[in-house]
Ligand binder design. Structure first.
Ligand SMILES: C[S@@+](CC[C@H](N)C(=O)[O-])C[C@H]1O[C@@H](n2cnc3c(N)ncnc32)[C@H](O)[C@@H]1O
Length: 149
C-alpha cells in the first residue's frame, strides 16, 4: 500500500494518515504507551466490573485489551481512527470473541445507539486530542462518549 506521508510529523497525532503510516512501519508489532495493564490493573478492577460493556478509545496496537480479557473482561469494543491498526488487530484477535475492533473517529460515534457501553477507557488517546484538537473538537469527543454510556 502506498500513501503520501510527506505531511506527517510528530505533531500529527490527531491525523489518521500519521497513525496509518506509523502502524505500517511497526509491521504487526504491539506497543502500549506509558503503562501496561499490569500497572493499571488496580484502578481498572476497582472501577470497571469484568461484566461491563467496555469501549476502548484509540486502542492502537496495544496489548491492553488482550490483557484485560485474560483477566476476565468479557466484552471490549475497540475503536481507532487508523484503519491499518484496526485491520491488524482484527486479524490478530479473530478467534477472541471478547474483543471487537472497528475503525472509527471518536468524534462521531453515531454508529452506536445510546447506552451501548457501561465504561469508556481512554489510554493516551486524550493526550493526542489535547495536542491536536481545538477545545470545540475535544468537546465533540467528550459528548459522543457520554451519549454512548
Ligand atoms: C498514543 S496512541 C495510544 C494507543 C493505545 N491506546 C495505547 O495506550 O498504547 C493514540 C491512538 O489514538 C488513535 N486516535 C487518534 N485520534 C483518534 C480519533 N479521533 N478517534 C479514534 N482514535 C484516534 C491513534 O490512531 C492511536 O492509535
Amino acid at each position: 500500500m502506498f500513501r503520501d506521508v510527506s505531511s506527517c510529523n510528530t505533531y500529527n497525532y490527531g491525523d489518521a494518515l500519521y497513525w496509518d503510516f506509523r502502524y505500517i512501519q511497526e509491521a504487526g508489532g504491539a506497543f502500549d504507551w506509558y503503562q501496561r495493564y499490569s500497572s493499571l490493573r488496580p484502578f481498572v478492577r476497582r472501577y470497571v466490573p469484568t461484566s461491563s460493556r467496555v469501549l476502548m478509545v484509540g486502542c492502537g496496537n496495544a496489548l491492553m485489551s488482550e490483557d484485560m480479557v485474560k483477566d476476565g473482561y468479557e466484552d471490549i469494543m475497540n475503536i481507532d481512527i487508523s484503519s491499518v491498526a484496526i485491520e491488524m488487530m482484527r486479524r490478530k484477535y479473530e478467534f477472541v470473541p471478547q474483543l471487537k475492533y472497528m475503525q472509527m473517529d471518536v468524534r462521531d460515534m453515531s454508529f452506536f445507539p445510546d447506552e451501548s457501553f457501561d465504561s469508556v477507557m481512554d489510554k493516551v488517546w486524550h493526550r493526542c486530542s489535547n495536542k491536536c484538537f481545538s477545545d470545540v473538537r475535544r468537546s465533540e469527543q467528550t459528548s459522543q462518549t457520554w451519549r454512548d454510556l
